[in-house]
Design a protein. Structure first.
Length: 580
C-alpha cells in the first residue's frame, strides 16, 4: 500500500516530505506539550487541539482513543469525542478511478446508479449512496487516495518521537509505546477493508434477525481493499430516540415506556449472546453505530414473528421497530478458554467476594512481574464495593474501567486486550441501557448467560473423576493424621518450632535497606578520604607529589558529593512531579 505510492515519488522528494512532516509534528507536539500531557493524563483540550491541527491521521487517533477508556482517562475520552473531521471530499472522478482500479471493472458493470456527491466524508474515506444492477440499494465507502501512505508516514514519525519519553518523569503513568502500538494496529486494520468485510459477513450470519436485530449485508464481490459495499438500511441513530426519552422523562410522559424497555432488554440480551454464545462481539457499539428503524404497516418485515421466551410455546409478533448495527471495523473475539474465565468472573461478582473476584481476574490476566495478591485484592476492593452498592445510573463505568486497569498495571498484572475491549464495549452498551431502562441491570441478565455457559461446557465425567481422586487421597492420608499431630506437638514441646513471617513489599523493603547501607558506607569512605587528604597535605607540605595526592582526594570527594546532591535533588523532583 504505502510502498506502491512512494515509488511514484522521487526518493529525494519523499525524504524532503518526510523531514518537513516530521518537523511539523514535532513543532505541534511541543507547542501543545502533547507527550507530557498524555503521559501525565492532564490538559486533554490541548491534546485535542494538537490532533486537529495535525490533520486526518491524528484526528483518527483521537477518535480511536475516545473509545479506549482502559488507556486514557474519561476526561480525555470525552474531549476526543469532540474531534471533527475537516476533510474535503474527493471529486467524483477520483472516486470513480479508485473504484475501477480496485475492482478492475467499469462502474456501469456494477452500479445502476451512483450518487456523485458523498453523504459523509471522514479521515479515511467518504461514503456514497448507490444502487446495484439488481436494484439493491447500497452504501459505498471509498478510501481517500494516498491516505494509507500518509498514515504510515505519520505513525512512523510518531514512533520516532517516542524516545523523547525518557525525558518525561511521568511517562510511567501511561505506557505510550503500548498506546502507539495499539493505535497502529487499529489504523492499519481500518485501512484494510477486507478485514471489515470478513467481520461484517460473520456478524451478519450470527446476529441478523435475532429478535429485532438487523445487520446490513456486506457485498464481498463488490468490495476490495479500499472499497466497501454494504446493504443500505434506513433508520436514524438511536441517539435521537434517547433524546426523545430524556424529554419524555422531563415531562413525565410515559408514551415510550414499553418501547424503551424492550429495546434495552434486546440490546443486553443480544450483546451477551455475542459474548457467551458467539465469542465474537461488536467492540464499538456507541449510539452512532446503532440505528433505530421505525416500521410502517406497508414495510417488509412488519409482521415478522420470533420464538417466544423459554418456557412458552408458539411464536410472537415482533414490535414495529428494528435495531440496526453498523460499522464492523472494530470487533472482539474470545477464545473458549478466555470465555470460561469471563464466565467465572461474572459468577464471582454474584458472590460479592473480593478475593474470589480477584482470583478470577488473575486467571484471565498475564503477570508481568512479581504479584502481591493480597495487595491486589486490597486495591481492588474499593472499586468492586462501589459496583456492588451502586445502582446502574450511579456508576461511572468509564472511570471504573480506567481505574481497575490502572490497579492491575500497578500490580504487575496485564489484562488481556480482549478483556479490556469487552469491558469498554460492555460499558458503552450499559450507558445506552441506563438511559433506556435504569431499572435493568446488565449483571442480572449476564448471570444466567454465564451459568448456562458453565453448565453447557461442564465436563461432568472429569469433575467426578477429580472429586473421586481427591476423596481417595484424603482417605489414604487420614490414618496418618494422629502421628503427624503427635510429631508436631513434640516439636513444639522441645522448642524447635519455627515461625515464618511474610510481609508485603518485602523486596522493596530490602532494596531500601540496601540503598541506605550503601549511602552510609559511602559517607564513611568520603569522610575517611577527606581526613586522609587533609593529613597528607599538612604533614607533607614539602613533598609535592604527596601533596598532589591529597589534593586529588579533595577533588574526588567534592565531585562525588556534587553527584550525590544532584541525584538526590533529581529524585525529589521526580517524586514531586508524580504527586497529583
Amino acid at each position: 500500500m504505502a510502498t506502491t505510492d512512494s515509488k511514484r515519488i522521487p526518493t529525494w522528494q519523499s525524504n524532503q516530505n518526510r523531514h518537513t512532516r516530521f518537523r511539523t509534528i514535532v513543532s505541534v507536539l511541543r507547542k501543545y506539550n502533547v507527550l507530557s500531557n498524555l503521559a501525565r493524563q492532564k490538559h486533554p483540550s490541548q491534546v485535542r487541539m494538537a490532533f486537529e491541527e495535525l490533520g486526518p491521521t491524528f484526528i483518527k487517533i483521537g477518535q480511536i482513543l475516545s473509545s479506549r477508556t482502559d488507556i486514557v482517562k474519561p476526561a480525555f475520552a470525552n474531549e476526543f469525542k469532540k474531534l471533527q473531521d475537516n476533510v474535503r471530499s474527493d471529486d467524483f472522478s477520483v472516486v470513480k478511478q479508485t473504484i475501477e482500479t480496485q475492482t478492475g471493472k467499469p462502474m456501469t458493470d456494477m452500479f445502476a446508479d451512483f450518487d456523485e456527491r458523498p453523504f459523509a466524508s471522514a479521515s479515511m474515506g467518504q461514503t456514497h449512496h448507490a444502487t446495484l444492477l439488481n436494484g439493491q440499494k447500497v452504501v459505498v465507502k471509498v478510501q481517500h487516495p494516498g491516505i494509507d501512505a500518509e498514515v504510515a508516514l505519520d505513525i512512523s514519525l510518531f514512533e520516532r518521537a517516542l524516545p523523547l519519553l525518557k525525558y518525561i518523569p511521568e511517562s510511567s503513568v501511561v505506557d505510550l509505546r503500548e498506546m502507539v502500538a495499539e493505535i497502529k494496529r487499529s489504523l492499519f486494520n481500518e485501512l484494510d477493508t477486507s478485514i471489515e468485510v470478513r467481520n461484517g459477513t460473520r456478524f451478519y450470519r450470527l446476529n441478523n434477525h435475532d429478535d429485532i436485530i438487523q445487520v446490513p449485508r456486506v457485498y464481498a464481490d463488490y468490495s476490495t481493499q479500499k472499497v466497501l459495499v454494504n446493504q443500505y438500511m434506513a433508520g436514524t441513530s438511536i441517539q435521537h430516540f434517547l433524546a426523545k426519552v430524556t424529554a419524555a422523562d422531563a415531562d413525565e410522559n410515559h408514551q415510550y415506556d414499553d418501547e424503551r424497555r424492550y429495546l434495552a432488554h434486546t440490546l443486553v440480551t443480544n450483546f451477551l449472546k455475542q459474548v457467551f454464545e458467539d465469542g465474537f462481539f461488536h467492540a464499538d457499539p456507541h449510539p452512532g453505530n446503532i440505528l433505530l428503524r421505525e416500521l410502517k404497516s406497508s414495510d417488509i418485515g412488519y409482521t415478522d414473528k420470533a420464538p417466544r421466551k423459554p418456557g412458552h410455546l408458539g411464536q410472537r409478533t415482533l414490535p414495529p421497530y428494528r435495531l440496526v448495527y453498523l460499522d464492523f471495523g472494530m470487533m472482539g473475539a474470545i477464545s473458549p478458554a478466555l470465555m470460561d474465565g469471563i464466565a467465572n468472573v461474572v459468577i464471582a461478582v454474584t458472590t460479592e467476594n473480593t478475593r474470589q473476584v480477584g482470583k478470577a481476574i488473575l486467571a484471565i490476566s498475564n503477570r508481568t512481574g512479581t504479584v502481591d495478591e493480597e495487595a491486589f485484592f486490597s486495591a481492588l476492593a474499593p472499586f468492586l464495593g462501589q459496583y456492588y452498592n451502586s445502582g446502574l445510573g450511579d456508576i461511572d463505568f468509564q472511570g471504573l474501567l480506567f481505574e481497575m486497569v490502572k490497579v492491575c498495571r500497578n500490580n504487575n498484572i496485564q489484562v488481556n486486550p480482549a478483556v479490556t475491549m469487552l469491558g469498554k464495549a460492555f460499558g458503552t452498551i450499559e450507558g445506552i441501557v441506563e438511559m433506556l431502562d435504569p431499572s435493568l441491570s446488565m449483571m442480572d441478565v449476564a448471570r444466567p448467560f454465564a451459568r448456562k455457559y458453565m453448565r453447557e461446557h461442564l465436563n461432568l465425567r472429569n469433575e467426578l473423576e477429580d472429586a473421586a481422586l481427591a476423596t481417595l487421597q484424603g482417605l489414604r492420608d487420614m490414618p496418618k493424621l494422629p502421628s503427624r499431630l503427635l510429631s508436631a506437638l513434640d516439636t513444639f514441646e522441645n522448642g524447635q518450632t519455627r515461625v515464618n513471617i511474610v510481609f508485603s513489599h518485602r523486596q522493596q523493603f530490602i532494596d531500601r535497606i540496601d540503598t541506605m547501607v550503601n549511602k552510609v558506607v559511602l559517607a564513611v569512605i568520603l569522610a575517611a578520604l577527606i581526613v586522609g587528604s587533609s593529613l597528607l597535605v599538612q604533614s607533607h607540605s614539602d613533598n609535592s607529589w604527596i601533596t598532589n595526592i591529597g589534593i586529588f582526594g579533595y577533588v574526588t570527594a567534592v565531585v562525588v558529593i556534587i553527584g550525590l546532591t544532584i541525584g538526590t535533588l533529581h529524585s525529589w523532583y521526580r517524586h514531586w512531579r508524580r504527586k497529583p
